[in-house]
Design a protein around this ligand. Sequence first.
Ligand SMILES: O=C(O)[C@@H](O)[C@H](O)[C@H](O)CO
Ligand SMILES: [Mg+2]
Length: 418
Amino acid sequence: MKITKVRPILTAPDGIALVIVKVETDQDGLYGVGCATFTQRPTLVAKAVEEYLDPLLQGRDPANIEDLWHMMYVNSYWRNGPVLNNAISGVDQALWDIKGKIANMPVYDLLGGKTREAAMVYRHADGREPQEVLENVIKYQEEGYLAVRCQMGGYGGRVKDITAATAVPSKDAPQATHRMKGLDRADSAFPGAYYDADAYARSIPPLFDHIRSKIGFDLFLLHDIHERIAPIDAIRMAKELEQYRLFFLEDPLAPDQIEWFRRLRQQSATPIAMGELHNNPLEWRPLIVEQLIDFVRAHISQLGGLTPARKMAALCENFGVRTAWHGPGDTSPVGHAVNLHLDLACHNFGIQEVINFSDAIYEVFPGTPTLANGYLWANDQPGLGIDIDEAAAAKYPIEIKPIGWTQSRWPDGTIWTP
Ligand SMILES: O=C(O)[C@@H](O)[C@H](O)[C@H](O)CO
Ligand SMILES: [Mg+2]
């Protein structure tokens, strides 16, 4: 068997640019699909696939996933960055899809079989003040969800978008209404998504106090700091939140502040999740091996696909760390399917982040997993069990424009990690 063509497909059914890779073979009608999504730089991933991976892979046997992965990985010599890892991921996942189709088994069966029936998910609740967040939490609870992530005013409790040509105001949920210190000068300020780190840090413990006092402890709650505060403030928040028993506190520290995890660990028993920004094994290895985190949050297409992700999961299992694969809207449904296959097969699964799959998503991606009773369910079809309808995908072209939400700023205009 030979690979005949490797090509990217770009589509945005929900307005978020997704990158899918299709690997075609010389066997009649046999192909695989994989997620290569890097929604901030989609056309660069497409170029890496078209100009470098397609010529490299044509004529190779798609059965040899491990060899092809390592070959793609070192072929550029410089490695482990975004764009190239996403492109490799698209191919890698498509190869697993092909293998499953040939074996007539779902990918979770190739990985050892189901160790649970379905994957517990969490949903995102937001609101301008604690009562509104609470109401949204209760909505999810009434729909049967077992876990809800609570934010207030978006990441960092963002309070104001200074819209310029480059800002995208709709990325986060409702904006808080209070004003920022000294920031009533929208016309002259640097464009960006402004937030007040101190006000945000102070607002979160009372938020959880309000929610727990109303609903009790019979629901898993989560929070994402999104690296929006200084490291010592993140430690303080983790300590203050201990009494509210979070399922996890996500991204308390930026990936570049890895040494701070040791201090955080010494001071707080709040479970920590980290890793959606990781690209390089050197970033996650110490966090896992030193047991500085409780959940890995890797974005599987940033690692280079299912092949490195299953190895990461095995490393985690050895050290008592669980998986919580990244699953917001900037993971494609193919990526969500890959997450789910790992969730079902890995004993050390923790929880799965998921979005509400829209009608447009189900139209473009037949076989997208289904949500019911607070769990994500696989369809048990061979391979990844998901496909892309290219005619439907073409109805939702991607739009390229400068990214606004990653221009997060403090009240004085200082840019901070998004
Ligand atoms: O954990 C989350 O869902 C967020 O951190 C998003 O992944 C991030 O804003 C990129 O979309
Ligand atoms: Mg996050």
